[in-house]
Design a protein around this ligand. Structure first.
Ligand SMILES: [Zn+2]
Length: 121
């Protein structure tokens, strides 16, 4: 039962393509609703991001995280790497943090669009 399959992903920032071989049974587990880290515990976090979450390649992830030294303000791309958006309210955005599943709200500015000040709810 060690059948494998190849996943192809294209980075939505630089259009680089990547190929990843995973076990069919793991992929099925993820498609059935398992968390990425449960289905593919052997993958690097950067690989999980690229192939299953944000579709931003490892190089672009590095670029984003390098430019974000303070974590004070996040662009939309930076925010989406770390949070799942649940909805928008007046002047805030309801999100769930990917790293630990904590739900909270982010404040944001419109011009330019920046997200900041994560608070648990
Ligand atoms: Zn890229």
């Amino acid at each position: 039962m060690n059948e494998t399959t190849t996943i192809i992903a294209e980075c939505r920032m630089c259009s680089d393509q990547g190929f990843l071989t995973v076990r069919v049974s793991d992929l099925a587990m993820w498609q059935a609703g398992a968390m990425v880290q449960e289905a593919f515990p052997y993958l690097m976090p950067e690989q999980r991001e690229f192939y299953f979450q944000s579709r931003i390649c490892e190089d672009c992830q590095d670029t984003i995280f390098d430019s974000e030294s303070t974590m004070d303000k996040m662009t939309t791309e930076q925010m989406l790497l770390q949070f799942e958006v649940l909805g928008f309210g007046y002047g805030y955005c309801a999100v769930q943090r990917k790293s630990d599943g904590v739900k909270g709200v982010l404040s944001f500015d419109h011009h330019p669009r920046f997200y900041y000040n994560f608070q648990e709810v």
